[in-house]
Design a protein around this ligand. Structure first.
Ligand code: ACO
Length: 326
């Protein structure tokens, strides 16, 4: 079996910044409430014309450029998103065409905010078995398009963005050491978009009932997140034969600083080893982890041989974690 790792990363966030002060004018909230309860100060929002494939394209081009790999060399493109451009063609199909990745297979994968962890775990199997050489995994979401901008419980939390990673073979001893994926469909109602699928197709009624927007039970998701961040992180450390002292960087899903702080405390890792960008971007769903990872790389924080622990959770309910040696 081959050793598989991340060959390059890239990310892209839209230019438009939406601050907490601007949100104060839209719903009954305050900068103070949002900062103290979530840690978020501002987020990026796409323009009306932009869709997920546009953000994913920019991130993908940056990752391929850094890797020195051409789009024509890609064997597979996986886009993890819950805000595809259209239900079909998939956003991965759209991206494949736009990149000119002529020989690549492509598909979308939906696991909400855990999407990127599901994506890299899936991609790594294709390379490990020798079926494919280069797989591009793009985590992208434009949750601003499905957020109810009159609901203060949700609209303050999310932002748009895209993170891309190119996976391929690495030297033995490096790359992915372990994975953990999980789901609990019994908690599906805690975080969902009720309409727009085959259960409740779009109709005048679903639109007037606001059923095409995200509905969330915040405190239940919070408790679930704190629990699985710890258990999934511990599971991958155990599988890799590592302890928290061996971890150089924790890259958690960026939903709420209080969720991250509680994972930091329960795992016993120091704050300077934790990637945090939710103050600037909010929760970018499937893009959160790959964007945070790309920022660590771009800022020269990661050295060859460092152990990274990636961990996330999301709607479904879903969760996942992975350890990789850089
Ligand atoms: N501004 C002011 N007050 C608010 C706001 C707001 N934006 N939002 C809620 N409140 C109020 C509530 O109405 C409530 O008032 P009440 O007591 O009079 O009813 C009060 O603040 C407290 O509400 P709680 O829900 O108890 O607040 P909590 O401390 O739990 O924070 C939050 C809410 C931030 C949503 C938190 O629960 C959270 O972050 N949960 C996790 C959410 C998450 O991670 N979701 C994404 C998952 S990933 C994915 O797949 C997309």
């Amino acid at each position: 079996r081959k050793s598989v790792g991340i060959l390059a990363t890239g990310s892209y966030v839209p230019e438009k910044v939406l601050t907490n002060y601007e949100l104060e004018k839209m719903v009954d909230t305050s900068n103070e409430w949002i900062v103290s309860r979530t840690g978020i100060q501002e987020r990026r929002i796409v323009s009306e014309e932009q869709a997920s494939s546009d953000l994913g394209y920019e991130a993908a081009v940056r990752a391929l450029k850094k890797a020195g790999v051409r789009a024509e060399q890609l064997d597979l493109i996986i886009v993890t998103t819950v805000t595809p451009d259209t239900s079909f063609p998939s956003t991965a199909n759209i991206l494949q065409h736009r990149l000119g990745a002529e020989k690549a297979a492509s598909f979308d994968l939906a696991a909400a905010c855990s999407g990127f962890l599901y994506g890299i775990t899936t991609a790594a199997q294709f390379i490990e078995t020798g079926l494919y050489r280069y797989v591009l995994v793009v985590g992208v979401d434009c949750l601003s398009k499905i957020v109810d901008w009159t609901d203060r419980n949700t609209c303050i939390l999310f932002g748009d963005g895209a993170g891309a990673t190119l996976l391929g073979c690495v030297e033995d001893g490096y790359g992915f050491k372990s994975f953990d994926l999980g789901s609990d469909g019994s908690g599906g109602d805690l975080l969902k978009v009720p309409a727009g699928g085959s259960r409740l197709p779009a109709s005048i009624k679903t639109v007037s009932n606001r059923q095409h927007y995200i509905q969330m039970s915040g405190s239940d998701v919070f408790k679930f997140a704190v629990r699985v961040m710890e258990s999934s992180a511990k599971s991958v450390m155990e599988k890799a034969g590592l302890t928290i002292e061996d971890i150089d960087y924790l890259v958690p899903h960026q939903a709420n600083i209080r969720i991250i702080d509680s994972a930091v405390k329960r795992l016993g890792i120091s704050h300077d080893k934790v990637a945090v960008n939710l103050n600037r971007y909010g929760n970018m769903s499937a893009a959160s982890i790959p964007v945070a990872l790309d920022e660590l790389v771009e800022n020269g924080k990661i050295k060859a041989g460092d152990h990274l622990l990636l961990v996330g959770f999301g709607g479904g309910l879903t969760w996942g974690a992975s350890i990789l040696r850089w």
